[in-house]
Write a protein that binds this ligand. Structure first.
Ligand code: MTE
Length: 165
């Protein structure tokens, strides 16, 4: 099963063409090399309403089984990604965000400054990654080993966790 992924970059500057988006393309490369199908990439401002609308559209119209956001998870007044995500998810998946922060803390103490969350809406898993290409990649590497198993369970392609790793 090839899972479809949508990638959303949150950046006021990026959305106005004032800064090149390096994180979105980096995530796209990684996910493609891992066998995922990247169906869409988006660059939005940090406006939470726009993000909410896009998340709902992708989930409710079954456009992707996975949404990776990058950016907007920090302390700036315009960092709204976790709040927008929490408003659309139906089920929280705290372990993903916990694992990303835990592993990232061994790389930099600044990892504790990311407020990223993860959760499920309908048949789609949404994961917030931090904004810099380095941080996005480091966080993604933490979850890649378990992502397909989680998506298999979510989509009903695997019914039990018989083989534990
Ligand atoms: N996580 C990892 N693995 N590596 C990093 O360099 N940077 C941190 C944190 N998480 C970082 C990281 C920093 S400096 C910030 S401010 C937060 O992510 C939030 O980033 P964002 O506002 O770009 O989403």
């Amino acid at each position: 099963m090839t899972y479809k992924v949508a990638i959303i970059t949150l950046s006021d500057n990026g959305s106005q063409g004032l800064r090149q988006d390096l994180s979105g393309p980096k995530i796209k490369d990684i996910m493609t090399s891992q066998g995922f199908e990247v169906v869409s990439t988006h660059i939005l401002s940090d406006d939470p309403l726009q993000l909410k609308e896009l998340l709902i559209d992708i989930c409710d119209n079954k456009k992707a089984q996975l949404i990776l956001t990058t950016g907007g998870t920090g302390f700036s007044k315009r960092d709204n990604t976790p709040e927008a995500t929490l408003e659309v998810i139906e089920r929280n998946v705290p372990g993903i965000a916990e694992a990303m922060r835990m592993k990232s803390l061994s790389i930099t103490p600044r990892a504790m400054l990311s407020r990223g969350v993860s959760g499920i809406r309908k048949d789609t898993l949404i994961i917030n990654l931090p904004g810099s290409p380095k941080a996005a990649e480091e966080n993604l590497q933490v979850i890649l080993p378990v992502l397909t198993h989680g998506l298999n369970i979510l989509s009903g392609n695997e019914v039990e966790c018989a083989v534990r790793k």
